[in-house]
Design a binder for this molecule. Structure first.
Ligand code: SAH
Length: 240
């Protein structure tokens, strides 16, 4: 099984995922995600490094073939820039494992948790973009960003900025400034649903790249996104 642990708060883990973890013999995943699973007798935890996704998925298939009840954990939703696709990639490479029983257990993804905290910035058409260039060239990030902005979509950015690529998010902001008006609202939602949660909403002209880090999901509104009281929201309709 591949399970999403949600954005951080225990209350946002689905009952289905809690039940799967209670039945598991083995839990596999990136170190901080495995750390969210309570140890107990009969459960082996396999924390691994971040970039080892494919090895991790192969390891899960091998363990499952021996009869283990394996749960691969992701934060948020496992299908959003996470382990579910990695598992199917591993399965493609191992046709002999095709009969493995697989279930994907959804979770609350970061952009939805962040949007709910801020109001309803994703209330109209939107897209999600992974800004990391680990698995695609940055030129492709740039191309998709421009198309999304020109298409009038609100946008959610995952993996906006890391220590290994501190400058690219500045380029992302620069592209947005070329494509969008200065008053466009942009939300920096950090560590949503954890004790370190921090939300900042500014117009694009005041956005700085230092407002984002790896624990931040960034939501850019569409042209109509606006403030009401302490909330931000995007209307459901667009004038014809
Ligand atoms: N599968 C995860 C995303 C993994 S990519 C999901 O569905 O949420 C990791 C990125 O997710 C981080 O860089 C950050 O952009 C975002 N993220 C994950 N948890 C978050 C949280 N609690 N608050 C804000 N952003 C978060």
């Amino acid at each position: 099984m591949v399970a999403g642990l949600g954005p951080g708060d225990e209350a946002l883990v689905t009952p289905e995922v809690t039940a799967a973890l209670a039945q598991a013999t083995d839990v596999i995943g990136y170190i901080p995600y495995v750390a969210r699973v309570a140890p107990r007798p009969g459960l082996t935890l396999h924390p691994t490094d971040n970039r080892a996704e494919l090895d991790r998925a192969q390891h899960a298939l091998d363990l499952a073939a021996t009869g283990a009840r394996v749960v691969i954990v992701s934060s948020g939703d496992p299908g959003v820039f996470a382990m579910a696709s990695a598992l199917f990639e591993a399965l493609e490479a191992r046709p002999d494992r095709n009969d493995t029983e697989i279930r994907i257990l959804p979770g609350i993804t970061a952009m939805l948790a962040a949007a709910a905290r801020a109001g309803a910035p994703l209330g109209h058409d939107f897209c999600a973009i992974n800004l990391s260039d680990n698995l695609k060239p940055f030129a492709e990030v740039e191309r998709r960003l421009r198309h999304a902005a020109r298409g009038g979509f609100a946008m959610a950015f995952y993996n906006p900025r890391s220590k290994s690529r501190p400058h690219q998010f500045g380029q992302v902001l620069e592209i947005l400034r070329q494509e969008c008006e200065p008053a466009r609202l942009i939300l920096f939602a950090r560590a949503v649903s954890t004790p370190e949660e921090q939300l900042i909403c500014v117009p694009l002209c005041e956005a700085r790249d230092s407002m984002a880090d790896m624990r931040t999901v960034v939501i850019v509104g569409n042209e109509a996104t606006r403030r009401v009281g302490r909330w931000i929201y995007t209307p459901r309709s667009v004038a014809p």
